[in-house]
Design a protein around this ligand. Structure first.
Ligand code: GTP
Length: 293
């Protein structure tokens, strides 16, 4: 099952950078070498099982943008499942950005009226830390107004921290067809293991797909940091010609296990009952595999 995802925004806003980090194992500093995208770059990324993300990274220079709205309109905007619009928070021409964004929404409304829309206020690292929340809220307000009648989801992002994983986990989560079933499998698994928490990560991107917890009011996005760190650790392993397979962390008050679950997923299990033998948890993970395949 292939899902079309449009990645749009003005030239230099960071589209190819984020795609390269999440899907093609770049680290943030490597993105400085990227050139401008010419027209549209398509990439197909096999995600979970039979889910394929068909990413359209649309170069943002004016001449390309004008073309998308004119001669390529239907070709670009039809059958879109998700539109991701990237705004450079430091952009000096917000009016022009908004103008392109609204043109895009208009074309989406006509050609793919059920598409979900995500707006990323990107390069947040360039804004002083104490100002970030305020800047984001102001942009969000303006975007909500300008997007009417479309309901949007917005994130503040930067390639320099885990905020990028937080946003992309949420985007990908919205595309997984049987996510409720996956969640209930994970819940059963956590109960059987007597785990405090269980988290499912996609294997190559390490994006969070699903999580369950015994604690109240927890936020799925707490795990974005783990996505970021493990992904970097996996890349260091492969540079050293080793392959990351599993990890076990023991602290005074909890133990964490990260292990391959299926061909496309890793699972992380958090246990606070340290009287449960690690071998029992590992056995549970291995027995669970067939239920998730
Ligand atoms: P086009 O292909 O022309 O549409 O541009 P693009 O949106 O794909 O931009 P690209 O990803 O090529 O990024 C342009 C520059 O922005 C690169 O030098 C990146 O290193 C930089 N960049 C991307 N994301 C961030 C970020 O979160 N923070 C900062 N400070 N720089 C970023």
């Amino acid at each position: 099952m292939s899902k079309k995802v449009l990645l749009m925004g003005k030239s230099g806003s960071g589209k190819t950078s984020m795609r390269s980090i999440i899907f093609h194992n770049y680290v943030a500093k490597d993105t400085r070498r990227l050139g401008a995208t010419i027209d549209v770059e398509n990439s197909r990324v096999r995600f979970l099982g039979n889910l394929v993300l068909n990413l359209w990274d649309c170069g943002g220079q004016d001449m390309f943008m004008e073309n998308y709205f004119a001669s390529q309109r239907e070709h670009i905007f039809r059958n879109v499942e998700v539109l991701i619009y990237v705004f450079d928070v430091e952009s000096r021409d917000i009016e022009k950005d908004m103008h392109y964004y609204q043109d895009c929404l208009e074309a989406i409304l006509v050609n793919s009226k059920n598409a979900k829309v995500f707006c990323l206020i990107h390069k947040m690292d360039l804004v002083q830390e104490e100002m970030r929340h305020r800047v984001f809220e102001a942009r969000l307000n303006e975007l909500n107004t300008r997007s009417e009648p479309v309901k949007i989801t917005a994130f503040a992002t930067s390639i320099w921290d885990e905020s990028l994983y937080k946003a992309w986990s949420s985007i990908v989560h919205s595309l997984i067809p049987n996510v409720k079933l996956l969640e209930s499998h994970l819940q059963n698994f956590a109960t059987i293991c007597e785990a405090d928490e269980a988290v499912l990560f996609e294997r190559t991107t390490f994006l969070v797909i699903s999580h369950c917890t015994k604690m109240d009011n927890t936020d799925i996005h707490r795990f974005s940091k783990i996505s970021n760190y493990i992904k970097l650790f996996k890349m260091s392993c492969s540079r050293a010609q080793a392959q990351f397979k599993s990890m076990e962390i023991r602290q005074a008050d909890f133990a964490a296990f990260i292990d391959v679950l299926t061909a496309n997923t890793y699972v992380m299990v958090i246990m606070s009952d340290l009287s449960i033998e690690p071998s029992a948890t590992k056995m549970n993970i291995s027995v669970a595999r067939k239920h998730f395949e």
